[in-house]
Design a protein around this ligand. Structure first.
Ligand SMILES: Nc1ncnc2c1ncn2[C@@H]1O[C@H](COP(=O)(O)OP(=O)(O)OP(=O)(O)O)[C@@H](O)[C@H]1O
Length: 244
């Protein structure tokens, strides 16, 4: 579903991604882990066609990003640090706006479905600027899944959410994954990643340093895998021992 070949990204003299290869199969849920500044957001932004690679190729759902970005975008849902919502519009007006942008048929039915799924149907007529951060994030996810994309890209989606909002988000992501969608999520939270993902990739030194499937951890700790991938002296951001 996603293929990245020899991807390099430079900002001036700084090389952030270095000949990175990545392959994500349909239906996989990949947690992209790695220390601060490793390039996780950079990689996600390139996959989302928000930033251009310096070198290398990306294919998503069989389309090459370099010259078929419009086709790729239709198959993607993206949740980034910006919620991309209009504060002076209500929740349903926001989704209606995006439904038009995607040219969705049966938009009203789909908007109702999505607002129910993200737990905001009762608040559909309220202006988004009156929403809590958790509600805005849920609506941002609603926006991202509105056109039922094949691939969902999420950059640290739990940041700034309280426990209840995090749990609701996890439930939502499990539903998306259960529908066979492909998910790539960056995370610093190993415990949450361990709960959700079917595969764990560690980005460090500009490329995927190590990758393991959930079933291959075979009772081993994700934190141990993570530390080994980075070399223990670098893995300072563990959130405690995390067992699958
Ligand atoms: N637009 C930019 N111009 C210059 N340097 C950038 C730009 N965007 C990112 N960088 C640099 O690229 C490196 C990777 O940043 P990135 O945000 O992708 O890392 P990350 O793994 O997502 O980090 P974090 O876990 O802290 O979110 C950092 O050193 C950052 O300063």
């Amino acid at each position: 579903m996603i293929e990245v070949h020899h991807l390099t990204k430079r900002y001036g003299p700084k090389v952030v991604l270095r000949r990175l290869d990545l392959r994500v199969e349909k239906g996989e849920f990949v947690a992209l882990l790695g220390p601060n500044g490793a390039g996780k957001t950079t990689l996600l932004r390139i996959l989302a066609s928000l930033s251009k690679p310096t070198l290398g190729e990306v294919w998503i759902a069989g389309y090459r990003l370099r010259d078929q970005a419009a086709w790729v975008r239709r198959r993607l849902g993206v949740v980034s640090h910006q919620p991309l919502l209009y504060g002076d519009l209500s929740a349903e007006e926001n989704l209606r706006f995006y439904a038009r942008l995607y040219g969705l048929e049966n938009a009203e039915t789909r908007i109702r479905e999505v607002l129910t799924l993200v737990g905001l149907w009762a608040r559909r007529r309220d202006l988004v600027r009156t929403f809590s951060r958790g509600m805005q994030q849920r609506l941002a996810i609603g926006r991202a899944i509105l056109h039922d994309p094949e691939v969902l890209l999420l950059d640290e989606p739990h940041t700034g959410l309280d426990q209840e909002a995090c749990d609701m988000l996890d439930q939502l992501l499990r539903q998306v994954a259960a529908r066979g969608r492909t998910v790539v999520m960056t995370s610093h939270d190993l415990a949450r990643a361990a709960d959700l993902a079917s595969r764990f990739d560690v980005l460090s030194g500009g490329h995927i340093q190590a990758s393991v499937r959930r079933e291959d951890l075979a009772g081993d700790a994700l934190l141990t895998f993570y530390r080994q991938a980075l070399g223990s002296e670098n893995a300072t951001e563990g959130t405690g021992e995390v067992h699958l």
